[in-house]
Design a protein around this ligand. Structure first.
Ligand SMILES: [Zn+2]
Length: 408
């Protein structure tokens, strides 16, 4: 049988199952919070996620080569990937936290703890979206038009997009659409600015600092370059939503010998990019400014090591992206909320960078963000996620494939 039930029926079922499974969802999230999972050390959180993916009825539960936790629901032609990361940023000082960061506590209708809002609440949302989906498909006794992959991702805090790139390019999973459960407070996110780190270098000739005339200072050559890079801010590309790109000199380095004229000098430049800018266009603009002053430019290389021991070093380059009005993925997100709660959510862009820099920015896979987590609690000592919103997000992730998949 291949009849699609009315979406209003599936939506009612998704809401009811989200409520029925809510306690299990909260227990899973509390377990995840209690497991320390700094970037590159996600193994225990990955294992806990695999256990839950099996328990909720996923097939093909496994760890990919970069150490991401994966499970699948359905086996249809349209492939969706739900991505939320398991790694958290590091706690600077536990004494500043109202509750110990690794001891989850429910207070005022929210679950508190490290990573609750970034991004373990997102992981609990997509895993329980899959749980509801599994139950609905079982009750319908029909083949799905879609395949949903649920991904407990690694490495996001230090090198967003690197683990997702590995899944797509190394392990060969090619989704048609990616949904990201980074903080959106139950609104939709359709894009982000990009960023990259550019290194500019000058070289000279070393000499003893007591006879500076015998040398050629790379540091003095750098001074007009810093001014020229700063002056570029007035003419960087603009975008109607994201505003103007920016760049800032953030580091200066040279040989650590205070009694020598430095033979080399290098600066780091943090560049915030608009969708459409490329590594080539950025380097060309910077080289035009620094080349005549004696500087050379390159994109920095970022060292990245997974908890499985794989070295994923790559350019420190994270392109921006933006999903246009009327895109079927954006419309499906709006309709999913409409069917579930009778109202369309707000649509916005992210201030920070996400795994979407790879999926949408580099690979061109349509990407959309939705989650219960709130940006104001991200990387904050009052890290928490609202439990009512957590339940709603699971319903969203269960219904979305029914809304999106039938369209061609
Ligand atoms: Zn995050």
């Amino acid at each position: 049988m291949h009849t699609v039930p009315p979406l209003s029926t599936v939506a009612a079922e998704a809401r009811a199952l989200a409520a029925a499974l809510h306690e299990r969802q909260v227990r899973f999230l509390a377990d995840l919070i209690s497991i320390r999972s700094y970037t590159g050390q996600e193994q225990a959180a990955v294992e806990r996620t695999l256990q839950e993916l099996r328990a909720v009825g996923c097939a093909d539960v496994h760890v990919d080569s970069a150490g991401n936790a994966l499970g699948r629901i359905g086996n249809g032609p349209r492939v969706l990937l739900y991505d939320a990361h398991l790694d958290t940023n590091e706690v600077a000082d536990d004494s500043e936290w109202p509750h110990p960061p690794l001891q989850p506590v429910v207070e005022n209708g929210a679950l508190w703890g490290l990573g609750a809002s970034d991004c373990k609440g997102g992981v609990a949302s997509i895993v329980y979206g899959a749980a509801i989906l599994a139950a609905i498909l079982k009750a319908l006794k029909r083949e799905s038009d879609f395949t949903v992959w649920v991904m407990g991702a690694t490495l996001e805090e230090d090198a967003e997009g690197f683990a997702l790139r590995s899944l797509v390019e190394r392990d060969g999973l090619r989704p048609d659409v990616v949904l990201l459960a980074e903080a959106t407070d139950l609104s939709l996110r359709r894009g982000q600015r990009g960023r990259c780190e550019v290194r500019v270098r000058t070289t000279g000739r070393a000499a003893h600092a007591s006879t500076p005339d015998l040398g050629d200072s790379a540091l003095l050559k750098m001074l007009p370059i810093v001014s020229a890079l700063q002056a570029m801010n007035a003419s960087l590309p603009t975008h109607p939503v994201f505003g103007q790109g920016t760049q800032a000199v953030t580091l200066i380095e040279g040989p650590h010998t205070p009694n020598s004229v430095p033979s080399w000098c290098e600066i780091a430049l943090d560049r915030r990019m608009m969708p459409g800018e490329t590594a080539g266009s950025i380097l060309a603009g910077i080289e035009a400014a620094v080349g005549p002053l004696g500087g050379t430019a390159r994109i920095a290389e970022q060292p990245v090591r997974t908890h499985t021991g794989l070295q994923l070093d790559g350019p420190s380059y994270f392109p921006g992206w933006y999903l246009e009005d009327g895109h079927p993925v954006l419309d499906a997100g709006l309709e999913t909320c409409q069917h579930l709660w009778g109202a369309r959510p707000a649509v916005d862009v992210w201030r920070f960078s996400t795994d979407g820099t790879y999926s949408a920015g580099a690979a061109g896979i349509p990407t959309l963000g939705y989650s219960p987590q709130e940006e104001r609690y991200v990387h904050a000592v009052n890290d928490q996620v609202d439990l009512g919103k957590l339940e709603k997000a699971a319903a969203f992730y269960a219904l979305f494939p029914f809304v999106f998949s039938p369209k061609e």
